[in-house]
Design a protein around this ligand. Structure first.
Ligand code: ZN
Length: 138
């Protein structure tokens, strides 16, 4: 059994951003040399997400609009969490979009369905944040 671990760093210019990290994850898999196994990828922060969906700009706009309806950023005063912080909405958005993904590894590739791509979802950016990649297999 082989084990591989890596942290990927992100620092977005804006408060919210979706980044396709599929290429970086495949690069991790290539580095690991693992052909058959499982890959876990999770956000290491409670105001950002890792999720799988379509790389389509209309959908990404729809996510932003939908998340703002569910947990609007402003007014900050609507949230009890926002005593010393202003990121209650980001905690809620992250919970909806998820913490991690698990992907099967087959023949050294991410064993995806036809349109699956891995995204880092930032909801409280403008600072350094990490994603963990853990791969186990043969
Ligand atoms: Zn907070």
């Amino acid at each position: 059994m082989k084990f591989y671990r890596k942290e990927l760093w992100f620092h977005t210019k804006g408060r919210r951003q979706l980044i396709n990290i599929t290429g970086q994850i495949q690069q991790c898999l290539d580095e690991s040399g693992i052909q058959e196994g499982l890959l876990l990828c999770n956000a290491m922060h409670i105001t950002s997400s890792v999720f799988i969906n379509d790389d389509e700009s209309g959908l990404h706009h729809d996510f932003e609009v939908w998340l703002e309806k569910l947990a609007p950023e402003k007014p900050y005063s609507q949230y009890r969490h926002n005593g010393f912080e202003d990121n209650a909405d980001a905690h809620l958005k992250r919970t909806i979009m998820g913490r991690e993904v698990v992907v099967a590894i087959s023949e050294g590739k991410l064993d995806f369905g036809p349109w699956e791509q891995i995204f880092y979802g930032e909801f409280d950016g403008k600072r350094n944040k990490r994603v963990l990649v853990k791969i186990i297999g043969e």
